[in-house]
Design a protein around this ligand. Structure first.
Ligand code: ZN
Length: 340
């Protein structure tokens, strides 16, 4: 089955003015992938999300409020989060792409899928837009997989440099979604402390791994290999979604991390190996990433890692256990014995 790249021209109609989260991001990705023959991916237009699937995360009144603001010409929902006339439709397609991705990989119609739209989603709370995000596409997709597709266990790895506070909160009390976020701290939105492990039945199923500014490929790769992958082996997800933001890149000015294309590729290969060992389908949903060239090359590096030649089996463990990875394992061993 060919891998699929989900997109929609409405992503260009979400107009944000002078803003880092801008239509040129999509243009840069398209240009890079065109120059590389789309890496063998089949391009597919994302449908609009079904209202019932969207409202499984966002209450109807909130969806209607976003629709009204957008159709009235838009405005600022907060100092960072802008809506234009085209934004509501763009956000419906962004969530629709993430849901279509779930259907494609679960039905075996695609070995892997990448859903690339604007606006991003991981900061959006059920009733509040924030951090450039209107609807939480990855959360809507995960809930669709659990509800409509009948899955019991979904894992979300969020490697955007900002904490995915929306996804964190939406599944805070759930033991059906293992949410793992690696993010710079301190940084917007200020949430995602290591001590936030979820609540109720969901204790231990929210995993926050804050990293300091300056963190680069070695630390990110170590955290994925020695924390994220062992968590996945213990949880045994039936589906893995990556909230794939690229603002941890060293060229990105919205944060201070130093990840490169090679680092994103290594993390993607590690997740591919995890999924193939579990027989779990894998997909990625675009979040942030504001340095156009770095964003485009990193998206391509991720896609290439998923469809390129399989990595050597002994690549697992090739990166040493960083002190922060050791600390995270010790902390998490209370909930996940295998990490002790
Ligand atoms: Zn971000």
């Amino acid at each position: 089955m060919p891998p699929v790249f989900l997109e929609h021209p409405s992503s260009l109609e979400h107009e944000t003015g002078p803003h880092p989260e801008r239509p040129a991001r999509m243009v840069a990705i398209e240009r890079e992938l065109t120059s590389r023959g789309w890496l063998g991916f089949e391009r597919m237009r994302s449908p609009v999300i079904e209202r019932s699937a969207l409202e499984a995360v966002h209450p109807e009144a909130y969806v209607e409020a976003i629709r009204r603001v957008s159709l009235a010409g838009g405005g600022h929902l907060d100092p960072d989060t802008v809506v234009s006339e085209g934004s509501f439709d763009a956000a419906l397609h962004a969530a629709g792409g993430a849901v279509r991705l779930v259907e494609l990989v679960l039905d075996g119609e695609a070995d892997f899928a990448f859903s690339a739209h604007r606006p991003p989603g991981h900061h959006a709370l059920p009733q509040r837009a924030m951090g450039f995000c209107l609807f939480n596409s990855v959360a809507v997709a995960a809930r669709y997989a659990l509800g409509r597709c009948g899955l019991d266990r979904v894992m979300i790895l969020d490697w955007d440099v900002h904490h995915g506070n929306g996804t964190n909160d939406i599944f805070h009390a759930s033991d059906q979604v293992l949410f793992v976020s690696i993010h710079q701290s301190p940084l917007y939105p200020g949430t995602g402390r290591a001590s936030d492990v979820g609540s109720g039945d969901g204790r231990g199923f929210t995993v926050n791994v804050p990293v300091p500014p300056g963190s680069g490929d070695p630390l990110y790769e170590s955290l994925v290999q020695h924390v994220v992958v062992p968590l996945g082996r213990s949880f045994e997800p039936q589906l893995v979604l990556i909230s794939a933001g690229y603002d941890a890149h060293r060229d990105d000015v919205l944060a201070g991390c130093e990840v490169t294309e090679a680092g994103f590729a290594a993390m993607a290969r590690a997740m591919r190996r995890l999924c193939s060992s579990l027989g779990a389908p894998l997909g990625a949903v675009l979040e942030g990433g504001y340095a156009l060239g770095a964003l485009a090359r990193s998206v391509a590096a991720t896609m290439e890692a998923f469809v390129g030649p399989p990595a050597l089996a002994d690549e697992d463990g090739a990166v040493g256990v960083a002190p922060l990875a050791r600390e995270a394992r010790e902390r998490l061993s209370e909930y996940w014995g295998a990490l002790g």
